[in-house]
Design a protein around this ligand. Structure first.
Ligand SMILES: Nc1ncnc2c1ncn2[C@@H]1O[C@H](COP(=O)(O)OP(=O)(O)O)[C@@H](O)[C@H]1O
Ligand SMILES: O=C(CO)[C@@H](O)[C@@H](O)COP(=O)(O)O
Length: 557
């Protein structure tokens, strides 16, 4: 029998990565990356001089289609695989990355009459300008003792659907009114591929507060926020919600000719990028915490039980692997913090030395920082450059570095930033453990583990746990391909379930990162200092971060 393949597409923050996977061996046969030509739109709208406010982050939906147009034909031609051998396609996406659509399913930002209104564009997951709405949602939900709040650690995020939808209603009621649907980008791309309006249980559960039995927050609650939101769930969020691995539909003729695949090829319902990575590192049972480390980090774990605790961003039944409660927590900036340092703060001398040695700035800083021992720099940082997603769920918090002196070196700051993100992860592990979700093993995947060995050693030392690393640099796309093969089903040469797919083709590297005892002891002390700063700035010891932010926002008006 001819070999069978599946395609997975990982829609990240800056680019879409397409991967062709051999379903009999798990071999990654070909991959291609399409960088979004509009990137992250955070200063002004394309083709206009319309300036965006603080904390805005938008995208262009056309960039998502470019990924299909460019990268799918590219992996087919690189590999020589025949289109009919590709039995399934799955996608994963950043989330909540959402957009308003008109009644024909066209994003409003692509229409001449709406394109100058920032609210007609795709709001990217890291659009944080709906914090006011999130605060009001949380206050109202707490006051009304809404049951759903418990499943989200007591707070909904400004990154999620409800806060973003309400921001549109508040600031651009005409856009809200005209929007027939508000859709996750993951579901919109699946709709483009198949012509079907199908939502997936993962984004619905984690980002739109949907529950398998209770549905969305009640009309009564939504009306209590704003009468304009009352019908939100029944109208703009309508559509069947299907569990992961379900076939959303077959590829349309139009999409088949755009991509070079066969019409009718099975397309799985969408998924969140981080969540797709869990089975891709072979995790399909409880107790194994998966760190998906890239621009941001998500922390995902399965459990047989539903528990509620502060700092857990969400627990969704069947949200990651059917049959389990899937838990998520996260840090809204990780790679982004290192990128900030490299792009905005590293001195010119570092850039010169890196280029003289033929290394990237990250690689040079990593090499120099690796020469330092833990604690030697006298620096300690908080990891809130893009707010705190867990444990505090507050986008108004910001970054801190304590201990700077005239002697401080760039590599010391870089290392302090790597360490800060590791402390943030340890705080999340504590939250899970104290909340009753057992964490026995760590797995790491995403773009960072294979790029920065020092980072991974620091994570092992700070957490005191051995870390297994994904055997693929394209973990999201690999997981998405696995779900694509499940959607195709066994009769087509795919898999009967995601658990079967994981058993047959997912794997981790043999090499792991093990904690070094002497470092663990030093980091234990530093972590307790991190916790002191964390609680001081994050739990009301000082509101200086919020005052500074308010001053900055008022000044820019
Ligand atoms: N050698 C490195 N060390 C640390 N961070 C890096 C390194 N190379 C790239 N990064 C950061 O990794 C992030 C990109 O991660 P990646 O997983 O590829 O993308 P995404 O999160 O969009 O899926 C960027 O924030 C970038 O600054
Ligand atoms: O919020 C989630 C998942 O819940 C992610 O989509 C978001 O952190 C973006 O992930 P990346 O850092 O771009 O991989």
């Amino acid at each position: 029998m001819k070999r069978r393949y599946a395609i997975g597409i990982d829609y990240g923050t800056e680019s879409g990565r397409v991967l062709l996977v051999d379903l009999s061996t798990g071999e990654e046969v070909a991959t291609h990356v399409t960088t979004y030509s509009h990137g992250v739109i955070d200063e002004k709208l394309p083709e206009t001089s319309e300036k965006l406010g603080h904390d805005w982050a938008l995208q262009h939906p056309g960039d998502y289609i470019d990924v299909l147009r460019q990268s799918i034909p590219e992996v087919l031609s690189q590999s020589g695989v025949q289109p009919e051998q590709v039995i399934g396609l799955g996608i994963d996406f950043t989330a909540c990355t959402m957009m308003p659509l008109d009644s024909k399913g066209t994003p409003l930002c692509l229409l001449a009459e709406w394109k100058d209104n920032p609210h007609s564009w795709v709001k990217l997951w890291k659009h944080h300008a709906a914090q006011d709405e999130a605060n009001r949602i949380n206050e109202a939900a707490a006051q009304r003792k809404e049951k759903f709040l418990l499943r989200y650690g007591g707070k909904l995020s400004s990154e999620w659907m409800l806060a973003k939808a309400w921001q549109i209603l508040n600031e651009a009621p005409d856009v809200y009114e005209h929007a027939d649907l508000l859709m996750e980008a993951a579901d919109w791309v699946v709709m483009q591929l198949t012509g079907e309006l199908v939502r997936n249980s993962c984004t619905a559960g984690y980002k739109s507060v949907w529950h398998k039995r209770d549905g969305f927050p009640s009309r009564d609650f939504l009306r209590s926020l704003d009468p304009g939101l009352e019908q939100l769930a029944d109208t703009k969020l309508r559509g069947p919600i299907k569990k992961l691995g379900t076939r959303a539909g077959g590829l349309t003729d139009e999409m088949a000719s755009l991509t070079g695949l066969i019409p009718g090829t099975a397309v799985a319902v969408g998924n969140i990028d981080a969540h797709a990575m869990v089975p891709a590192v072979s995790v399909v049972t409880p107790g194994k915490l998966v760190l998906t480390m890239g621009t941001s980090t998500c922390h995902l774990i399965l459990s047989d039980n539903e528990v509620h605790a502060e700092g857990i961003a969400g627990v969704v039944e069947d949200g990651i692997i059917p049959g389990y409660y899937g838990y998520e927590a996260g840090q809204s900036a990780v790679g982004d913090i290192f990128a900030w340092y490299v792009n905005e703060a590293a001195p010119i001398d570092v850039k010169r030395q890196a280029s003289e040695t033929g290394m990237s700035i990250h690689e040079w800083l990593e090499r120099e920082a690796a020469k330092l021992s833990p604690g030697a720099s006298g620096l300690l940082a908080l990891d809130w450059w893009n707010g705190s997603r867990s444990v505090l769920m507050d986008a108004d918090l910001s970054g801190v570095i304590v201990g700077l002196t005239l002697q401080t070196r760039p590599e010391e700051i870089y290392r302090a930033l790597l360490e800060a993100t590791a402390y943030g992860t340890r705080a999340i592990i504590d939250t899970f453990t104290q909340g009753g979700v057992e964490v026995n093993e760590l797995y790491a995947c995403g773009g960072l583990p294979q790029r920065n060995r020092l980072l991974m050693q620091i994570y092992a030392d700070v957490t005191g746990k051995e870390i297994k690393i994904a055997d693929t640099a394209q973990t999201g796309a690999f997981g998405a391909a696995m779900f694509g093969a499940v959607a195709a089903g066994t009769e087509k040469g795919g898999f009967g379930s995601i658990v079967e797919a994981a058993e047959k083709i997912a794997r981790v590297r043999e090499e792991t990162f093990k904690p070094i005892e002497a470092n663990v002891r030093i980091y234990d002390r530093l972590y307790s200092d991190y916790k002191e700063l964390h609680d001081y700035f994050g739990r009301g010891g000082s509101d200086v971060m919020k005052r500074l932010k308010a001053m900055k926002t008022n000044n820019s008006r």
